[in-house]
Design a protein around this ligand. Structure first.
Ligand code: ZN
Length: 552
């Protein structure tokens, strides 16, 4: 009774307005009084254009609100940054996804029946809540899926770089921030955020740039924490005229620190870090995220290989001329061996028999994490990276079609039980046609510092020694047939390098591929159940060039 009475009194004091902290999805007839502290437009193929807002109440509680395409004309003019509004009737759904704009458990949708009216200002505050660097840098304090506010002084600024991996070039700028206790934090800015920062740092005569980012993305890679802008969801203000910024400046160390402009760095070490950063822009996802993808995009997933799927074999032949798939021509039984040269392959692309081809990887692996199972396909770059052997080395001159799919050649079985960080591509075929195999664009072995080759899956240059041709004398091909096939039947290329030292070195390195650090990360990755339809996938996709030429 007492609490009921208290509630009634509170309601009376709030003039019928409910605090954001108290609204829940069981009804829509809420009345709230909020300030629009951030707005941005978002576009996804799934929802079309929407207006997104961060709303704050007088207590400083924030909530993410969406105005759908259908309501845009009705409400657009009422969405004014920095103004207070009364909003009646609203729909709430659970906040989910990897880019949650606020800590609020729910996300608000404006409905047809929603009433938005103007309201006198209740406060000049912008309700920014910067997270202490200490908490950003600590591994277990913050949920990476919730965007945060960051406030820091710019300590150093790198060079603007254009990401080379992307077909659509994307600018990127690395900066370092410090807080009032001189703790440092790395920050990556993309696109227009990079430009804005660069210009401000170079024109600022005082040498002091205070950077405030609302809705910054927390990143974690190889145990190092950093922040970045979360596409257009972020708001970056430099030397903003906010009380919180003035207070921050007053508390900075009195060391007259000036911005350091880093010279262009050409070392390989830096290059490798850039590539890490490229992968770093993808939040850690799970297999269930991948399976539920509604738009094309790439998913960084830590998962374990539990089976090699040999249904389609593990390699194919590529025609040297047209780069299409070609097929080995089966030997004819009981036919005397011809002394003349005879093409080994038929190429549908060239529509004729061809004599030169290269073997390429197409390894299908069954993978799992705590959220589900999937099939990944590794083509040349990625397969070579995990297997550390070329197709030529594995085939050992045995180019006949696979006779027994249960016989998986070494080192393929060594992948079973290993955990990798994959960047898997969800393509239209996966999303709309239910294709169950996902192409792997990139794989990380778990120790990026030792791996120089971090390139995304792309066409490898053909090593001449890998070309299979019949330019040699056909006499080299014997036709002894004991057990269906044997290694002596075809020896198409005697040019193939057979350095025994080389081979033993290869096999010794292929044994230890996975490192424990990545295995422990699998538990973190599986913890939150996420449903990604926040619309950011489209934008992620924008950032990446689709490089794989090979299609399934
Ligand atoms: Zn061809």
């Amino acid at each position: 009774m007492a609490t009921n009475l208290q509630q009634k009194k509170t309601v009376a004091a709030n003039e019928g307005f409910t605090e954001l902290g108290h609204i829940k999805p069981f009804k829509t007839a809420w009345k709230i009084r909020v300030k629009i502290v951030h707005t941005w437009k978002q576009y996804t193929t799934f929802t079309g254009e929407t207006i997104e807002m961060i709303l704050a109440d007088i207590k400083g509680t924030l909530i993410h609100a969406t105005i759908k395409k259908q309501q845009l004309t009705k409400f657009q003019r009422l969405v004014v940054f920095g103004e207070w509004r009364i909003i009646e009737n609203l729909q709430l759904t659970r906040a989910s996804g990897k880019f949650r704009a606020t800590k609020h458990p729910y996300k608000m949708s404006i409905m047809n029946s929603t009433i938005i009216t103007r309201c006198p200002s209740l406060s000049n505050d912008f309700y920014v809540d910067p997270v202490a660097f200490e908490n950003i840098l600590a591994e277990d304090v913050l949920n990476e899926h919730i965007l945060i506010d960051v406030l820091g002084q710019v300590v150093s600024v790198g060079q603007i770089k254009t990401s080379a991996q992307n077909e659509k070039p994307k600018k990127r700028l690395e900066i370092q921030l410090r807080d009032t206790s001189d703790q440092r934090l790395s920050c990556t800015l993309w696109g227009r955020f990079a430009d804005t920062m660069w210009e401000e740092c170079h024109k600022q005569e005082s040498g002091i740039v205070i950077c405030l980012i609302r809705c910054a993305k927390l990143n974690s890679y190889n145990g190092n924490r950093s922040v970045s802008n979360a596409f257009d969801m972020s708001l970056m203000l430099l030397n903003a005229d906010y009380t919180i910024v003035d207070e921050f400046m007053a508390n900075l160390p009195k060391d007259n620190l000036q911005i350091i402009f880093e010279e262009e760095d050409k070392t390989n070490c830096r290059l490798s870090k850039d590539k890490d950063d490229y992968i770093n822009q993808f939040p850690l996802s799970t297999i269930s995220d991948l399976l539920e993808a509604e738009t094309e995009g790439k998913f960084k997933i830590i998962c374990t290989v539990y089976h090699i799927d040999m249904e389609y074999g593990w390699y194919y032949f590529e025609c040297v001329k047209c780069k299409g798939t070609c097929y080995i021509i089966p030997k004819e039984e009981n036919k005397p061996i011809s002394k003349t040269k005879k093409p080994l392959f038929y190429c549908p692309g060239c529509d004729k028999e061809v004599s030169k081809a290269v073997s390429r990887f197409k390894v299908t692996v069954d993978v799992m994490d705590a959220t589900g199972e999937s099939k990944f396909i590794l083509f040349d770059t990625t397969a070579l990276k995990v297997l550390k052997k070329t197709t030529t080395q594995i085939l050992e001159g045995q180019y006949d079609e696979i006779a027994d799919p249960s016989c998986v050649p070494e080192p393929l079985p060594s992948l079973v039980g290993k955990t990798f960080m994959f960047l898997a591509s969800a393509l239209t075929a996966n999303i709309t046609e239910g294709k169950e195999t996902y192409k792997v664009a990139y794989v990380e072995l778990g120790d990026a510092k030792k791996e120089v080759d971090n390139t995304e899956e792309s066409e490898l240059p053909t090593d001449p020694k890998d070309v299979i041709s019949i330019d040699q004398d056909q006499d080299a091909i014997s036709h002894e047939n004991g057990e269906g096939y044997n290694t002596a039947t075809t020896t198409p290329s005697s040019k193939r390098k057979e350095d025994p030292n080389d081979v033993s070195e290869q096999s010794s390195t292929s044994k230890k591929v996975c490192l424990p650090s990545i295995t422990s990360a699998i538990e973190d990755a599986s913890a939150p159940a996420i449903n990604e339809n926040e619309g950011t996938v489209d934008e992620i996709q924008d950032n990446i060039g689709e490089k794989e030429k090979l299609s399934n």
